[in-house]
Design a protein around this ligand. Structure first.
Ligand SMILES: NC(=O)C1=CN([C@@H]2O[C@H](COP(=O)(O)OP(=O)(O)OC[C@H]3O[C@@H](n4cnc5c(N)ncnc54)[C@H](O)[C@@H]3O)[C@@H](O)[C@H]2O)C=CC1
Ligand SMILES: O=C(O)C1=NCCCC1
Length: 312
């Protein structure tokens, strides 16, 4: 009955998905999600199959957005790789379905979607929570997420200085060599974060690497890594002293080691701030703990398909 699904590779998805289109869609869907109207949005917490033998896991992230007519799932694997491995840590495929008939309408690369939508959501958090005067951006990590965060943060905000730290200094240097604008390579996390106004943590760390004692009061931290209940990027001091925002309360309390193990209280979801039901406490130190959500992939994939359809 149905036409063959559209197949889109990473290059195509990267080309079709722009931050300018993506950010308003993400703001809108995060706001809707936080209203918890199950006739509008259904998105369970992701199912995770651990592959302990190989230091990896498979995550399945379905979502249904009734009003937008989007039925979608992402399948994503995350493997902790040796430094400099030619394989990406995150590999993903996104499927879009026809919500009325159930047939698959598109199969597309999910790596580019994951990189861009995660960075775009962090940028939304920074828009809301970063100090009014934000001059120094610090990125911890030098992988795919570090790069997408660099791209969107420097596109949306003006910083006087950008710093990067990576476990191996040559990886940070390689990251910087690919960029047009000057970025300072730092030798330690402490050196990188002291005095920073905005800090992105995008590492594969499973133990804290960022300590509250180093963080400038009032700074905003977009914490992207540590997506397992026993993994950490941030220490207890930072988690307990900061105002903690999350993408989804259910996701955070099920998956975030930084929240579960520190006992930190979640103040609000990003969507609740977008909706105006909770304030953005910009003057305080803020952490946005991101775990990633199926609805973010769903609106991204729909956008990609719409763009592709408009060209064909
Ligand atoms: N919140 C979300 O929606 C998403 C979160 N992630 C998470 O973001 C993190 C980064 O992902 P990618 O950039 O795709 O991975 P990547 O493999 O491209 O980069 C990982 C970076 O972390 C560093 N790293 C690895 N282990 C470390 C350790 N023990 N201590 C310090 N640094 C370490 C590596 O040197 C590299 O710079 C991962 O934890 C991943 O699970 C990824 C996708 C979505
Ligand atoms: O949201 C995602 O996609 C992921 N989040 C945590 C790490 C795996 C992918």
């Amino acid at each position: 009955m149905s036409e063959s699904p559209v197949l889109l590779n990473k290059h195509e998805v990267e080309r079709l998905l722009t931050y300018d289109d993506l950010i308003p869609r993400l703001e809108s869907v995060m706001g809707k999600f936080s209203k918890r109207d199950s006739s509008e949005i259904i998105q369970p917490v992701r199912s995770v199959v651990p592959i302990q033998q190989h230091n990896g896991f498979l995550g399945v992230m379905p979502a249904y957005l009734a009003a937008e007519g989007i039925l979608c799932t992402k399948m994503v694997t995350f493997y902790q790789r040796a430094e400099g491995s030619s394989l990406p840590s995150i590999q993903a495929t996104v499927l879009l379905f026809h919500p009325e008939h159930g047939n698959v309408t598109a199969i597309m690369d999910g790596e580019a979607i994951t990189a861009k939508r995660t960075a775009a959501v962090s940028a939304i958090s920074a828009k809301l929570f970063k100090p009014a005067l934000s001059e120094v951006l610090c990125i911890l990590g030098s992988g795919q997420q570090a790069r997408s965060h660099y791209d969107v943060f420097t596109k949306l905000f003006k910083f006087k200085e950008v710093r990067v730290w990576s476990r191996r200094k040559e990886m940070a240097q390689r990251f910087v060599n690919d960029l047009q604008d000057p970025v300072t390579v730092c030798s330690s996390v402490k050196e990188a974060v002291i005095g920073a106004d905005v800090i992105v943590t995008a590492t594969g760390a499973s133990q804290p690497i960022l300590f509250g004692e180093w963080v400038k009061p009032g700074a905003h931290i977009a914490a992207v890594g540590a997506c397992r209940p026993d993994w950490r990027e941030l220490d207890d001091v930072l988690m307990r002293e900061a105002v903690v925002y999350v993408d989804s309360r259910e996701g955070a309390t099920a998956e975030s080691g930084d929240i579960i193990l520190s006992g930190a209280e979640v103040f609000a979801e990003l969507g609740e701030v977008i909706n105006g039901s909770f304030p953005a406490q910009r003057e305080k130190t803020t952490v946005f703990k991101s775990l990633g959500m199926g609805i973010q992939d769903a609106v991204s994939a729909k956008l990609v398909l719409e763009k592709w359809n408009s060209e064909h």
